[in-house]
Design a protein around this ligand. Structure first.
Ligand SMILES: *[C@@H]1O[C@H](CO)[C@@H](O)[C@H](O)[C@H]1NC(C)=O
Length: 242
């Protein structure tokens, strides 16, 4: 009897972390479930073993004014290619990653039901991104809101001015945290730490272990799946019976 109870407890706690460890957020272009995508395009290819993005999304992620968000990177003149590659990678990471579970939050927005909040980004990824963009121009600190969408693509609002990147983002931390309204958290952790998420990687996805670490060690709000509740109820019943 105790064995059965213990087994059910183990199963139910496993169910808690399993769905958080391998899942897709409920957003504009994400698949319902992660899975293999053999045809992922260029910078999104690292996710091909297990992805929340389709091949179509991965290709669109590389285009200006793509149908994904119709986002205009060139709102203060043409964005340099060395800077833009980081935004492409950021798009791949956001659209394709199946291991963002610990940081997914419900949100009341017209274009998505869930978002990411405070994903701990590895220091190298944030600093390289900022370094490669610091000579570009922009007109805003938060790129999620406040644009003029009158033409169908985002343009600088009339009360703003194009200025050096560093006027809006003095440090890498300012950029990584503020640009997408705290989707990312700047950390002092490097890629070897196993405690931060990597936007750029080759080979097996290193972020699964990181998500696993945060699921087990950080206080996260668990969203109990129905199956989990069922297993917990059954195991509690067994414990009471014996
Ligand atoms: C992706 O799908 C959209 C919508 O179906 C389509 O308009 C677009 O052309 C496709 N893009 C590519 C690169 O296949």
């Amino acid at each position: 009897m105790w064995l059965v109870a213990a087994l059910l407890f183990a199963l139910s706690s496993g169910a808690i972390s399993l769905d958080k460890l391998n899942m897709c957020m409920d957003a504009k272009h994400h698949k319902v479930e992660p899975g293999p995508e053999g045809q992922l395009y260029r910078q999104c290819a690292p996710w091909k073993e297990n992805a929340c993005c389709t091949a179509n999304t991965s290709e669109e992620a590389h285009d200006d004014h793509s149908y994904l968000y119709n986002f205009n990177w060139n709102h203060c003149g043409t964005m340099s290619s060395q800077c833009k590659r980081h935004f492409v990678q950021d798009t791949c990471f956001y659209e394709c990653s199946p291991h963002l579970g610990p940081w997914i939050q419900k949100v009341d927005q017209s274009w998505r039901k869930e978002r990411i909040l405070d994903v701990p980004l590895c220091k190298e990824d944030c600093e390289l991104w900022w370094n490669d963009c610091k000579n570009d121009l922009t007109c805003k600190t938060n790129w999620h809101t406040g644009w003029n969408w009158a033409t169908g693509a985002n343009e600088c609002p009339s009360d703003s001015q194009c200025k050096k990147w560093t006027e809006f983002f003095p440090t890498p931390k300012d950029m990584c945290e503020k640009i997408w309204s705290n989707s990312y958290l700047h950390t002092d952790l490097d890629k070897t730490s196993g405690r931060c998420m990597q936007m750029w990687f080759t080979g097996p996805n290193p972020n699964k272990k990181v998500a696993e670490y945060y699921l087990q060690n950080a206080q996260q709000r668990h969203s109990f799946a129905p199956i989990t509740l069922f297993l917990l109820a059954v195991s509690t019943f067994f414990v009471i019976m014996v």
